[in-house]
Ligand binder design. Structure first.
Ligand code: PGA
Length: 250
C-alpha cells in the first residue's frame, strides 16, 4: 500500500511573517491528517526558518530546485549539500516553470535528479504536457520522453527513492484541473513505463497529481488507483485549504 503525500509548492511567495503563520496553521491541523505525509517547499531563503519551525514535527520540507553541481562558480545557484545542511527530505526537480521559464532540458533535470539522490534527498520529478501537446495527442510521448531521460541516466532502481509528479502544464495555476480519469490515464501510463523495467519498483513509486488541485477536487483525484497524492501550488499557501486537501486523501 502506497502512502499518500500532499506537498505544498509555495513557489516565489511568502514572507517570514506569513510563513510563520502558515506553518502554525498547518502544524495545528497535522495530527488530524496523520494518514497522509505532508511536505512544504519554501523559497530557499526561508529554509532555515522552516527547519526551525518544523523540526520535531511530522511535516517534511524541501526546496523547489537545486543545482546539478555540488559547489563552485555558479552565481545565484544553490547546491544539494547546502540543502543537506537544512535537513531537506525532498527536492522538486523539473517543475514546468523551471523547464519553460529557465530553459531546463530533460538532461539538466535528469542531472539534478541524480545530484539529489546522491545526497539521499528524495527528488520529486515533475513531468507533464502543454495544452498544445495534449491537443496534438502526444501527451504520452512527451511524458515518456521526460521520464526516459531520468531512467537512462539513473536506472529504474533510482525510483526506489524518488517521487513523480504528473502536472499537466495547462492545469497549473489556471484553475483548470485534469479530470480524475484524464489524470489517472497518465498516471497509469507512467506506472506502466516503470513496470516494463521493474514491476516491484513501479508498484511502490508514489505518483502525485499537480495542477489546480483544491479541496473541492482533491478527493475524487486521490480516489483514483494510481494517484498517490498531490503537488499543490496556490492552495498550499492557505493552511485550511492545504489541510482540507490532505484530509481528502486520508
Ligand atoms: P497550482 O500549482 O496548484 O497552483 O496549479 C501546482 C504546481 O505548479 O505544482
Amino acid at each position: 500500500m502506497r502512502r499518500k503525500l500532499v506537498a505544498g509548492n509555495w513557489k516565489m511567495n511568502g514572507s517570514a511573517d506569513s510563513i510563520r503563520q502558515l506553518l502554525d496553521g498547518i502544524k495545528a491541523g497535522a495530527a488530524e491528517v496523520a494518514a497522509v505525509d505532508l511536505a512544504v517547499f519554501p523559497p530557499f531563503v526561508y529554509l532555515g526558518l522552516v527547519e526551525q519551525q518544523l523540526s520535531g514535527s511530522s511535516i517534511a520540507w524541501g526546496t523547489q530546485n537545486l543545482s546539478e553541481h555540488a559547489s563552485g562558480a555558479y552565481t545565484g545557484e544553490v547546491a544539494g549539500p547546502m540543502l543537506q545542511d537544512f535537513h531537506c527530505a525532498y527536492v522538486i526537480v523539473g517543475h514546468s516553470e523551471r523547464r519553460t521559464l529557465y530553459g531546463e532540458t530533460d538532461e539538466v533535470v535528469a542531472r539534478k535528479f541524480a545530484a539529489a539522490r546522491k545526497l539521499g534527498i528524495k527528488p520529486i520529478l515533475c513531468v507533464g504536457e502543454t495544452l498544445d501537446e495534449r491537443e496534438q495527442g502526444v501527451t504520452e510521448a512527451v511524458v515518456g520522453r521526460q521520464l526516459k531521460a531520468v531512467l537512462d541516466l539513473e536506472g529504474i532502481a533510482a525510483f526506489n527513492d524518488a517521487v513523480i509528479a504528473y502536472e499537466p502544464v495547462w492545469a497549473i495555476g489556471t484553475g483548470r484541473t485534469a479530470t480524475p480519469q484524464q489524470a489517472q490515464d497518465v498516471h497509469a501510463f507512467i506506472r506502466a513505463e516503470l513496470a516494463k523495467l521493474d514491476p516491484a519498483v513501479a508498484a511502490k513509486t508514489a505518483i502525485l497529481y499537480g495542477g489546480s488541485m483544491k479541496p473541492s477536487n482533491a478527493g475524487e483525484l486521490m480516489a483514483m488507483s494510481d494517484i498517490d497524492g498531490g503537488l499543490i501550488g496556490g492552495a498550499s499557501l492557505n493552511a485550511q485549504e492545504f489541510l482540507a486537501i490532505a484530509k481528502a486523501g486520508c
